[in-house]
Ligand binder design. Sequence first.
Ligand code: UT7
Length: 347
Amino acid sequence: MNPTAAITAIGHYLPKDRLTNADLEKMVDTNDEWIKSRTGISERRILRDPNKATAFMASEAARELLDKRGIGADEIECIIVATVTPDMMFPATACLVQNEIGASKAWGFDLSAACSGFLYALNAGARFIESGKHKKVLVIGADTMSRIIDYTDRTICVLFGDGAGAVLLEPTTDGVGILDSVEQIDGSGGDFLNMKAGGSLHPATHETVENRWHFARQEGRQVFKHAVVGMADAAANIMERNDLTADDVKYLVPHQANLRIIDATARRMGISSEKVMLNIQRYGNTTSGTIPLCLHDWEAKLKRDDNIVLAAFGGGFTWGATYVKWAYDGAAVARTQAEHEVEAQAI
Ligand code: UT7
């Protein structure tokens, strides 16, 4: 029997600094009521230290994960980092993380799929486990969106925040783990959400800087229209393919771009709001970070055999959904972690 890939540990990193709606009111012509009612966001985290970026957050998330799983970095065989805000064009963020955490036996690469990045990286990582090639794959979603956001543009600066989440994939033959996935792209949507300069078509020039082409930009209404349909279709599709009813699904783990898109997905799946992991109000849209940050926040509630559906939509367009049967009781991990912290304080 071929193994499946189980998520066996989660780590995360969030910068301490908060950017609230009240702060944004002082920066652009916006208001708390508009932001909350149109997006669901109240505040986001911002990585202020100019000497730190995505690789730092990704490495911190990885360190927490290794500590929780009780393994050394030298046990990791492959590192996949989903990001659209790498520290630099190359080397890959995965190489920076590998060096930073001392994962001496790992290879790895970055995966660029905007807000679907973590979902795609998870599915790609799962294939290495299923094929028997690797026994420990580290999948990280990390983005420092504040570095590519124009804080004079109210249509975009209210949406994004910084953060990172990481999961460990290991083989199992117990019927749990990543059981199915659907992925789609539609490149005709590329003009609606992108960052125009900094690649080989428009390398940095005075003109690209003056035109503000090194910032992300989107046509929100267009992206919204496609995201509502894409994310809901993908989630419904994965339920149908796996004979899952709304009762069978314990949690939806949606990409956190807009509360209204998330609500539409939950409605399409026929599930109630208590089954929806939601932290957009606190972190905004952290791009590749949203899904693993939700898993981190809900870890203590997750139980072995829980059916969870992950769903995302992002620039590209990219979108998809993944069906995971959860592999461990999160409450036990939370207890051990708390004991660990008490012991550490006593030393
Ligand atoms: O994660 C990757 C995928 N990204 C997404 O899924 C984002 C999808 N899009 C969205 O979430 C929504 O389109 C937004 C939240 C970005 C915008 O919400 P909307 O309901 O689509 O608003 P809109 O763009 O249609 O703008 C409505 C009005 C406009 O004014 P007029 O033209 O009606 O006078 C905007 O200029 O709201 C105005 N507006 C704002 N007002 C106050 C736009 N941004 C702001 C703002 N504060 N921050």
